[in-house]
Ligand binder design. Structure first.
Ligand SMILES: Nc1ncnc2c1ncn2[C@@H]1O[C@H](COP(=O)(O)OP(=O)(O)O)[C@@H](O)[C@H]1O
Ligand SMILES: CC(C)(COP(=O)(O)O)[C@@H](O)C(=O)NCCC(=O)O
Ligand SMILES: [K+]
Length: 244
């Protein structure tokens, strides 16, 4: 059994895998990290490996207390990945994006793949049919858009995610919901249209905390899998073991 841990900028997600099957999923805050891992390892005593991908403020040291209990692997950009990295700054590419690209490459061989991760940020990652990782885009995520409108203005309230009534927001509140939600939906549909116009034989994976909310609203029908990062982390680790 493998315990996978994804440290994002908003939350930590974890899952225990037996082969390719996720037995249980967990979501928690950074300050609960040690207690949660302890609890998970107590419940799943057959866990042999703990694999972590962190883009948040959690370093390898946070896991050292478990070192005598389980084999710990803290993924870095220097690990083995199943694609050829064409990013101009491969060392600064987020490890979460590398793991997503690895999962897409392994799960969907020999086709163009676009991975959209709607988390703290929206990340777009494109791996072509020759397994070349080309890059993509980074933009603010849903919650970040609501928060920045509030934080960087004097008059705009902080709202929580809500479906706008239409595209013509007829009040401050409706204007904000329309601006945040509709603009992100247009953005994602716009990017998908652009990729579709340039690449054939191509699959889209939508993941992250806002994936289900967004998938229903997109013009393009795409399948949302909010567990794709943890599944990919499990696969990336298997790939590393098989190829090291
Ligand atoms: N309980 C929650 N706490 C925080 N964000 C949440 C929660 N439920 C859903 N979300 C949504 O999830 C998004 C963050 O997604 P997530 O994949 O957890 O981010 P990250 O991987 O960057 O930590 C936010 O934009 C927010 O709208
Ligand atoms: C873009 C990100 C902040 C996304 O983080 P997330 O939304 O998953 O919390 C992360 O992938 C990162 O720190 N990337 C480094 C820059 C890059 O990928 O080029
Ligand atoms: K993201």
């Amino acid at each position: 059994m493998i315990l996978t841990v994804d440290v994002g900028n908003t939350r930590i997600k974890a899952a225990v895998f037996e082969g390719n099957t996720a037995l249980e999923n967990f979501v928690f805050e950074k300050n609960k990290l040690e207690k949660k891992i302890e609890k998970i390892l107590k419940k799943f005593q057959n866990c042999t490996d703990l694999v972590v991908a962190s883009v948040g403020k959690v370093e390898k040291e946070a896991f050292l207390n478990f070192e005598n209990q389980i084999k710990i692997h803290f993924l870095t950009n220097d690990d083995i990945f199943p694609f050829i990295n064409k990013y101009a700054t491969p060392k600064t590419l987020g490890i979460d994006r590398m793991v997503l690209a690895a999962g897409a490459t392994l799960q969907f061989p020999k086709q163009n793949r676009l991975v959209i991760d709607a988390g703290t940020c929206i990340t777009y990652d494109f791996i072509d049919e020759n397994d070349h990782y080309l890059g993509g885009a980074i933009s603010p995520g849903l919650r970040l858009r609501y928060e920045s409108l509030h934080q960087f203005t004097a008059k705009l309230p902080l709202l929580t995610l809500e479906m706008p009534e239409g595209y013509i927001g007829n009040s401050t509140i409706q204007a904000i919901h329309s601006g945040v939600v509709n603009s992100l939906v247009y953005e994602i549909d716009g990017f998908i249209d652009e990729y579709r116009a340039n690449f054939l034989n191509f699959i889209i994976i939508l993941t992250g905390g806002d994936a289900d909310f967004l998938a229903k609203r997109l013009k393009n029908t795409i399948f949302a899998n909010s567990n794709f990062l943890l599944e990919s982390l499990n696969q990336t680790y298997q790939y590393k073991i098989d190829n090291d």
